[in-house]
Write a protein that binds this ligand. Structure first.
Ligand code: RNT
Ligand code: ZN
Length: 422
């Protein structure tokens, strides 16, 4: 369905008036929404396989399911898909790379020895697109993962290898920051854990802390690199024990001046990360979010415009945490067109951000402060049926990205012309 300029304008005028009655300026909301960067994860493009060639991809606690045709098979194809995806997503973007997306060009070089050279193509591309790069050491899909353990392995050689990998990734991240002039957010997620009940839960945690301390021993300018450690409840095949639990990573982040990374799929099913944002930020300057959608478990489903996504963006926006919360998406679905999966999730994140800026927070907080919870609830509910879609369409038009489902036609055509031939 294509929406005419006239319809968009009519919708805009109507929405402008209705939101204004609640004290909300939709133009300001659009301006603000365009400034909050969302980091687009490279790994949706290719089922977390990576570019190293021999990489085992999504193993060691994570799994991509589905075999929809058209997976990007190399860095050029990922970049080409990302270019098209980005042309259909409004708002500020960053691109999130994993170390396993190193371009080795046939050279024999392992993760403990990567340098910026293996990522220079990515940097040049990012520079051309004027997007910042974020980064992740890859502690999975590699023969040095020792029975599910990396940084907390009891084996010295295993630990040393992964400590070196962490150090290399910091150097590379700092170089991203330097070359692109945009802070590189680095996330450390280690799968380490046991399938079955451990006899010693303490020693691996002590080793994890020691390894992380070794990786972070050298000070790095926070303008170049901001670092987060990601907690998790359990993983596939590692159901009984995760070394990097929430308490461990939260404690580590607090005592070492790091960010804690909260992944929406890494908590008990009724426990939500939106409820943790303002609590963590009482004690730290920055946190990193992995916006994902767990269905029953940490299943990394494409994010939909559900209540939790809205609450996450709402908490950032209504508390003015735009500079304190780094937002990254983290999901991987191989059962549908992967490019569409990217666009659907990214557009949903942008919708939730825009909708957050359209909330009449001042009115709600006034009612709350006066103890008038009746009005607070009444207003919260009335606002839900204000004409958001009209503002979203106007925003997409303004940002020069497809309005409504027009993008789907473009993806279908690209699937036919390019992806189906892979
Ligand atoms: C795994 C973590 C981690 C990964 C990515 C690929 O459970 O969420 O962030 O999904 O690094
Ligand atoms: Zn994650």
């Amino acid at each position: 369905m294509s929406t005419s300029e006239k319809t968009i304008q009519t919708g805009y005028d109507y929405a402008k008036e209705l939101y204004a009655a609640y004290g909300v300026d939709i133009d300001r909301a659009m301006e603000k929404a365009a400034q909050l960067p969302v980091s687009m994860h490279c790994w949706q493009a290719d089922d977390v396989v990576g570019c190293e060639g021999a990489g085992a991809g999504a193993t060691d606690g994570i799994a991509t399911t589905g075999n929809y045709p058209g997976r990007a098979r190399n860095a050029d194809e990922i970049r080409r898909d990302a270019d098209l995806a980005m042309s259909m997503i409004p708002g500020a973007k960053k691109f999130n790379l994993h170390a396993s997306y190193a371009e080795l060009n046939g050279r024999k070089i392992d993760r403990d020895a990567y340098t910026i050279a293996e990522f220079q193509n990515w940097v040049d591309w990012a520079k051309e697109k004027n997007v910042g790069l974020d980064f992740n050491p890859t502690y999975f899909g590699h023969p040095m993962v020792n029975n599910g353990f990396t940084l907390s392995s009891a084996d010295d050689k295993t630990r040393e290898f992964w400590i070196e990998h962490g150090k290399r990734c910091r150097e590379i991240g700092a170089e991203f920051g330097r070359q692109l002039g945009k802070t590189c957010v680095i996330n450390y997620w280690m799968p380490d854990g046991y399938k079955d009940t451990p006899a010693d839960t303490a020693a691996p945690r002590a080793r994890m802390i020691d390894s992380l301390d070794k990786i972070f021993a050298e000070k790095i300018d926070e303008k170049l690199v901001l670092e987060g450690v990601e907690s998790k409840l359990f993983a596939l095949g590692l159901e009984s024990y995760t070394v990097g639990s929430h308490e461990l990573m939260m404690g580590y982040a607090l005592t070492r001046g790091k960010m804690v990374t909260l992944d929406a799929g890494h908590f008990h099913p009724t426990e939500v990360i939106s409820a943790k944002i303002s609590a963590c930020l009482q004690f730290m300057d920055h946190i990193l979010l992995h916006v994902s959608r767990g269905v029953r478990w940490d299943s990394d489903h494409v994010i939909t415009l559900d209540d939790e996504l809205q609450n996450i963006m709402g908490e950032i926006v209504r508390n003015g945490y735009e500079k304190n919360v780094c937002v990254a998406l983290d999901y991987f679905d191989a059962s549908i067109n992967r490019l569409a999966a990217w666009v659907i999730g990214e557009r949903n994140a942008q919708k939730a951000i825009l909708k957050a800026y359209l909330e009449p927070t001042a009115l709600l907080r006034k009612a709350e402060n006066e103890g008038d919870y009746t009005s607070r609830l009444a207003l919260q509910e009335e606002v839900k049926s204000l004409p958001f879609s009209a503002v979203w369409d106007a925003y997409c038009a303004k940002q020069n990205v497809p309005v409504g489902d027009e993008w789907l036609k473009i993806v279908k055509q690209y699937e036919k012309d390019v992806m189906s031939k892979r």
